[in-house]
Design a protein around this ligand. Structure first.
Ligand SMILES: [Zn+2]
Length: 410
């Protein structure tokens, strides 16, 4: 099993063991596969595509290459689920609503249908209407009570939802149609969640709430949440000068990260530096990784370590900055990540939920100098070096330069 190749208790390859067990070219392949510290769930990856996506084109190519045999691909549709995953985590909603949506997309909400399948209940009939199977979609959109909720809200849907669709289908279609109107999708999800919440209150003695109350409470939750996080989203929308270091918004910390590759020794390095709004160094670290990672994989590991480090340092409102545009695009979901870093990106996004507010920005190399130097510095470090409340001497000059540029810009 793959897990036996990991060091006990952590998500790192047991390099010595791997080298002992495998041939050199396999060792290279194994160690250059970056692992996510957050132990993301295993995924099906379509090996014929660089991004791990199943596509007709890649099947066609494979079929041509292997000359015949049926190119039968897996029957489930990982593309749709992956698209939904990104859609869920990009929504501007409290975590509990995202988790609810993700469960519903995966068909694991504790509805009667799902409980019956797992042999927990004797039947799968909806308790509210007593006549239909309680699927997620029945409970959220078609049962008497939920239709009353939807009638009392002003959100008009772009199409009629069909009872046969399932939640993932419905969510995917709404996401597609409301591509540029994400706030509508967020409202739709919030109302679904309100219906689900009330449905769970009733068996425990809670009152069945009128439709308007469910809608009002759900939308208020969204408004309050979005008002509270408005600050960092502004920092993203304003086009900032990426050739120099910019301070985070007041009260925030900025975490710059970078990766370095030491090709000769088959190692890579990670540098992380945390600064406040005045450019003071709050914490820094660099780490040498005994792994022959590629450029993007190293950058992704650097970001992951930056997120973990920021959490360990106890930051709550954070802006992360990297100089890899590809990585930032993948984080923001504006383009698909290559599959070798997909787990790391998912882990980073999940981990980031533990901050009160966060943002991910791109900067140019010039705006990321201290992190770059720290990543280079990792070559000379045995494992890990950490500085708290002090500036590593190796980057003192670069940090002072950032601050002086900062002052000259006012
Ligand atoms: Zn029902």
């Amino acid at each position: 099993m793959v897990s036996e190749l990991l060091r006990e208790g952590c998500m790192e390859w047991d390099t010595e063991l791997v080298k002992r067990l495998f041939l050199p070219q396999d060792v290279e392949a194994i160690l250059s596969t970056p692992l996510s510290v957050s132990a993301a769930a295993d995924r099906m990856v379509w090996a014929e595509d660089k991004k791990g996506r199943f596509s007709v084109k890649s099947v066609y190519r494979l079929a041509r290459e292997t000359e015949a045999k049926e190119g039968k691909a897996s029957c489930s549709d990982p593309t749709k689920l992956h698209g939904a995953w990104k859609g869920v985590w990009r929504m501007n909603l409290p975590n509990k609503l995202k988790h609810f949506t993700w469960k519903a997309c995966n068909g694991i909400l504790a509805t009667k249908e799902s409980l019956f399948k797992r042999k927990i209940t004797a039947d799968d009939i909806c308790e509210a209407c007593g006549s239909q199977v309680e699927t997620s979609l029945h409970m959220l959109c078609f049962c008497n009570h939920s239709t009353e909720v939807w009638k009392s809200c002003k959100l008009s849907l772009p199409f009629n939802i069909q009872e046969s669709w399932g939640f993932l289908d419905t969510f995917s279609r709404l996401r597609f149609v409301w591509d540029t109107q994400q706030e509508k999708l967020e409202r739709w999800v919030a109302i679904c969640w309100g219906i689900w919440k009330n449905r769970n209150e009733v068996p425990h003695g809670g009152a069945k709430r009128p439709g308007q109350v469910i809608v009002r409470n759900a939308l208020r939750l969204v408004d309050d949440f979005q008002a509270a996080i408005r600050v960092p989203s502004q920092s993203r929308s304003c086009t900032h000068d990426t050739t120099r270091w910019r301070p985070p918004p007041p009260g925030y910390f900025k975490v710059n990260v970078d990766g370095a590759i030491f090709a000769k020794s088959n190692h890579s390095g990670v540098g992380v530096i945390v600064r406040d709004g005045d450019g003071n160094v709050v914490a820094a670290m660099c780490r040498k990784l005994d792994l022959p990672l590629g450029v993007l994989e190293t950058e992704a590991k650097a970001l992951e370590m930056g997120v973990v480090f920021a959490e360990e340092v106890g930051l709550r409102d954070v802006v992360f900055e990297v100089d890899s545009q590809v990585l930032i695009n993948a984080i923001h979901g504006t383009c698909e990540a290559v599959s070798s870093v997909l787990n790391i990106i998912q882990g980073v996004l999940q981990k980031a939920q533990s901050f009160r507010t966060f943002d991910f920005l791109h900067t140019k190399r010039q705006g990321n100098a201290p992190a770059h130097l720290l990543a280079q510095q990792a070559q000379k470090v045995e494992g890990l070096a950490v500085w708290l409340e002090e500036c590593p001497s190796q980057v003192a000059h670069a940090c002072a330069k950032d601050v002086s540029l900062l002052q000259s810009s006012f």
